[in-house]
Write a protein that binds this ligand. Structure first.
Ligand code: ZN
Length: 230
């Protein structure tokens, strides 16, 4: 049985209106990631961090899945083996496009996390500084997203899937954020065929056996159609 492991990044959601991070004009050229995406930034100014994620949560709610999200859901439905989707994205566009069991390694905008007791719950649209946890009542509610300097979620499961992959595909990732940027090496070491689908070559493009460049809404459905014709 063949297993396809897919890693997706901001590039797959860009055409749905969610900004990318490291491109020219991307989010990290507009706000300092140190201010809004680190535990230290949250400790310094929780109101600013909550406002940033409130804004992104609203944008994510308004966004609609594009042809790339839908194509991956189709692959998951019709491929005779396993199709595992691992995403760095905190939006829910894979699920909205019909995908199942998506592994959100960087958390989810739609969820809240207590920094005190670890309780998780559905985030309200607006969160404020000092918001209280419904389980322990500590004023420690934060977005359930993984910040720089924090350990991504589900790493054991992800490495387990990479060790069993026969095909590994990275879609719309910059290749600049670890550990995700090293997944291609893990998969290749396990014998997987590796493919990068991206608007522009990533920082780790030379690690892939095959690269296809173009808009996600075009290259992803084309690749999926090809896989399903095999
Ligand atoms: Zn709590």
């Amino acid at each position: 049985m063949t297993k396809i492991v897919i890693l997706t990044g901001a590039g797959i959601s860009a055409e749905s209106g969610m900004g990318t991070f490291r491109d020219k004009g991307g989010l990290w050229s507009q706000v300092r990631l140190e201010d809004v995406a680190t535990p230290e930034g949250f400790a310094r100014d929780p109101g600013r961090v909550q406002a940033f994620y409130n804004m992104r949560r609203v944008a994510a709610k308004a966004a609609r899945p594009n042809a790339a999200h839908r194509a991956l859901a189709l692959l998951q439905r019709d491929w005779p083996g396993d199709v595992v989707i691992v995403t760095q994205n905190v939006d829910a566009l894979h699920e909205a496009g019909g995908a199942r069991d998506v592994i959100h390694m960087h958390g989810e905008l739609a969820r809240a996390l207590c920094g005190n007791c670890g309780h998780r719950w559905d985030a309200p649209d607006e969160m404020a500084a000092g918001e209280c946890c419904p389980a322990c009542d500590a004023p420690a509610a934060r977005p359930d997203v993984v910040w720089f300097g924090e350990m991504p979620y589900h790493m054991d499961r992800i490495y387990g899937h990479l060790a069993e992959a026969t095909v590994f595909v990275a879609i719309g990732t910059s290749g600049q954020v670890y550990p995700a940027a090293a997944f291609v090496q893990e998969a290749a070491a396990a014998g997987a065929h590796t493919v990068e689908l991206n608007l522009e070559p990533s920082a780790v493009v030379s690690d892939f056996a095959e690269t296809r460049l173009g808009k996600a809404s075009e290259v992803v459905p084309a690749w999926v159609a090809e896989m399903l014709r095999r």
